[in-house]
Design a protein around this ligand. Structure first.
Ligand code: GDP
Ligand code: IMO
Ligand code: MG
Length: 423
């Protein structure tokens, strides 16, 4: 039996989807345990190119069962569209995708409020995905949430949803938004429930039996370590816990079983939305900015970019107990004469760890850079470590030494097979 968590060691979009897809083959279960459809995980394999928001990215492995734990918040429309899309693409998820009845639903008022809060905050906005994530988690922990299990009790659901809509309309109106009508929301969501019902199943026994029967579990984190509500760059974070311990509550796996933690690390850094990005490259005309440029999988926004920050990666390794690193997008660095890497921070000449400074302090720290030699060769066809140019090998070795965990996989392209497995 093994329980392996895949976590992003930066600000999300490290390439978790690809990694989960290629690790899923030998897994019995692949599970999401945190976040919601703010996640956008890209998978490119023999079935095509997919941007997945809720279904675990390991679903393409035919013998794997996908689980969406109670810690995940769900926009039912997005889930239904995703299931239909996967079924149409020949993936066949029926009978092997299960959604916890404990998971909370993103309601229309959550999305409206997300947008209204962002607009009210103006220049101080978080830059959320506007998927309703902050408001739905706020409702969850303030006892105002609606879960799938509520749909089996229509009288109770009716009373609770009526109350929520009344309450939320007051806030929406105060912020200049338009009221919602109970009947419309109720009818739409009952329709969603009918479609999702075949996939809803309490996961407790399934997970417990799986552990007893020595099954292999792969836990797919959404977002990244530094978007974690507690350990991220608060208030520029997301509304869920993103470190592996979240899988314990979010799926029902005792923490003692989570013994393998794979830290997915992009060979440079990206971030979407507001908040500190110490190594940010702001010159939008520079060669390196154009090279690192990406478009967000969920919102289509342009991702901010920066050099690799090893203080960040090292902190993630320590915080989450990362046992192995998967370095992604090494191919993107090809062609640079010189690569900058941030090795640590100083404030007034004194060494500082990430955890010693707050989010605003991260804009003030002095960055200690090391220059690494670049390489000219295209490495996208390399499939073994030995095929890499010496400078690329040195870059990888520097990362594992500084971060404190071995690099076991290296991504050299977006496709599943564009991966080097190190012995
Ligand atoms: P996730 O949210 O962590 O799953 O990452 P995203 O899918 O949002 O963003 C990662 C992007 O990098 C996607 O466009 C992937 O297709 C791409 N990608 C992943 N690994 C590699 C790699 O090793 N090389 C290249 N060139 N692209 C990669
Ligand atoms: P994956 O799983 C990158 C960011 C948003 C914003 C902040 C809060 O694909 O790596 P939210 O909508 O969650 O309230 O927004 O978090 N964010 C992500 N950034 N990748 C993600 O997911 C993200 N999910 C949320 O851009 O800064
Ligand atoms: Mg993403």
């Amino acid at each position: 039996m093994s329980v392996t968590a895949v976590i992003g060691s930066q600000w999300g979009d490290e390439g978790k989807g690809k990694v989960v897809d290629f690790l899923a083959e030998r897994m019995d279960y692949v599970a999401r345990f945190n976040g919601g459809n703010n996640a956008g995980h890209t998978v490119i394999n023999e079935f095509g190119t997919f941007k997945i928001h809720l279904v675990p990215s390991g679903i393409f492995a035919k013998n794997t069962v996908g689980l969406i734990g109670g810690g995940v918040v769900i926009d039912p429309q997005v889930l239904i569209e995703e299931i239909e899309m996967l079924n149409k693409a020949g993936i066949g998820v029926d009978g092997r995708l299960w959604v916890s009845p404990r998971s909370h639903l993103i309601m229309p008022y959550h999305k409206i409020l997300d947008g209204l809060y962002e607009e009210a905050k103006g220049a101080g906005a978080t830059g959320t995905t506007r998927r309703g994530i902050g408001p739905v988690f706020a409702d969850k922990v303030s006892y105002n949430g609606i879960r799938w299990s509520d749909f089996a009790r229509e009288d109770i659901l009716t009373a609770r949803l009526k109350m929520q809509i009344e309450l939320k309309n007051k806030i929406i109106n105060a912020l200049g938004g338009r009221s919602l009508k109970f009947e419309e929301v109720f009818t739409t969501y009952r329709g969603y429930y009918e479609k999702v019902k075949p996939y809803i199943r309490e996961l407790f026994s399934l997970v417990q039996d799986g552990l007893k029967e020595n099954k292999n579990f792969l836990l797919e984190q959404a977002m990244g370590t530094f978007l974690d509500t507690d350990w991220g760059t608060y208030p520029f974070v997301t509304a869920s816990t993103t470190i592996p311990s979240a899988a314990s509550a979010g799926l029902g796996i005792p923490p003692k079983y989570i013994t393998n933690v794979i830290g997915v690390t992009k060979a440079y850094t990206t971030r979407v939305g507001a908040g500190p990005l110490p190594t940010e490259i702001k010159d939008t005309k520079s060669e390196v900015y154009k090279k690192f440029g990406e478009v967000a999988a969920t919102t289509g926004r342009v991702r901010r970019v920066g050099w690799l920050d090893l203080e960040i990666v090292k902190t993630a390794v320590q915080l989450s107990g990362v046992t192995k690193l998967c370095l992604t997008k090494l191919d993107v660095l090809s062609g640079l004469d010189e690569i900058q890497v941030c090795m640590g921070y100083k404030l007034n000449g004194v060494d500082m760890r990430y955890a010693d400074v707050d989010s605003y302090g991260l804009d003030e720290v002095e960055l200690v850079y090391r220059k690494a030699k670049g390489w000219k060769e295209d490495i996208s066809k390399a499939r073994s470590f030995d095929e890499l140019p010496a400078q690329a090998k040195d870059y990888v070795k520097m990362i594992e030494e500084s971060a404190g965990a071995p690099v076991k996989w290296i991504g050299v392209g977006p496709e599943r097979e564009a991966t080097i497995r190190r012995k």
